[in-house]
Design a protein around this ligand. Structure first.
Ligand SMILES: O=C(O)c1cc(=O)[nH]c(=O)n1[C@@H]1O[C@H](COP(=O)(O)O)[C@@H](O)[C@H]1O
Length: 264
């Protein structure tokens, strides 16, 4: 286990027990969060039991929609940390109420889309304030290329500036954690310092090739990617990794490779 620090959320006053960037977990493997992207409880628990060295597991919309809270219970029974990735995005009343239910499960992290706006994020922050769950604001999905952001979404400004803008909005509402691509980490770290928790998906063994026969680059939907070592060097606190581990021919070896990369 890493050394937990008690971080006070300035706006909503909730004390949460998570490592800050100035006090990272001692074990590099604990900087890795593995995504349980499946619709099967059996498959999810097979991965969890195959990889006892993984502390953090992410339950996303596929698994939570398919099996509901029993997966959270099963992870808690195994002493795991839980990242519930629901990416809430709705009107403030709905997001506030959904957040209240989500944090009642005792999860450690929960995602909210920053693009839902400040009132929506405030509603979530208020709903989570008496829990120990830390809210993470998702800035811009790692599956979007800068060209898509500008051409499809019609966001005129430089995507990097847009991400900073969303991050500032989230910080102002007391969401002290952000999900971003590794490519944006150093800018966000510079802007917000060590207290912000930066969680980065879009992790690949090689920036041009997944290094995984089961996952060819052409089939991959991630756009803004970096290697684990580069993401951590840039200042990421946690890396989210799914298919490079779960779709690998040998998930144990793939996870170990990530731990090794995280250690350097
Ligand atoms: O919030 C997330 O976790 C997330 C945000 C984002 O911008 N991009 C992103 O890929 N994710 C999640 O991170 C995981 C990445 O999985 P792989 O691409 O298989 O490594 C998936 O479970 C995604 O839902």
């Amino acid at each position: 286990m890493g050394i937990p620090t008690s971080v006070q959320n300035p706006s909503v006053g909730s004390a949460v027990s998570l490592p800050s960037s100035t006090n990272l977990p001692l074990n590099p493997c604990e900087k890795l969060i593995v995504a349980l992207d499946t619709d099967s409880l059996e498959q999810a628990l097979e991965w969890v039991d195959l990889l006892p060295q993984v502390l953090w597991w992410k339950v996303g919309s596929e698994l939570f929609t398919a099996v509901g809270s029993p997966i959270l219970q099963a992870l808690k029974e195994r002493g795991k940390r839980i990242f519930l990735d629901l990416k809430l995005h709705d009107i403030p009343n709905t997001v506030g109420r959904a957040t209240r239910v989500a944090v009642s499960y005792g999860v450690d992290l929960l995602t909210i889309h920053a693009s839902g706006g400040s009132a929506m994020m405030r509603a979530a922050a208020e709903a989570a304030q008496s829990s120990s769950c830390r809210l993470l604001a998702v800035t811009l999905l790692t599956s979007l290329s800068p060209e898509q952001v500008q051409q499809e979404l019609g966001i005129g400004e430089d995507p990097a500036d847009y991400i900073l803008h969303l991050a500032q909005l989230a910080q102002a509402q007391g969401l002290t954690g952000l999900v971003c691509s590794p490519q944006e980490v150093s800018r966000l770290r510079q802007a917000f310092g060590s207290e912000v928790l930066l969680v980065t998906p879009g992790i690949r063994f090689s920036p041009t090739n997944t290094g995984n026969d089961a996952l060819h680059r052409l089939e991959d939907d991630q756009q803004r990617i970096w290697t684990p070592a580069r993401a951590l060097q840039a200042g990421a606190d946690y890396l989210v990794v799914g298919r490079p581990v779960t779709a690998a021919p040998d998930p144990v070896a793939a996870f170990q490779q990530l731990c090794d990369a995280a250690a350097h």
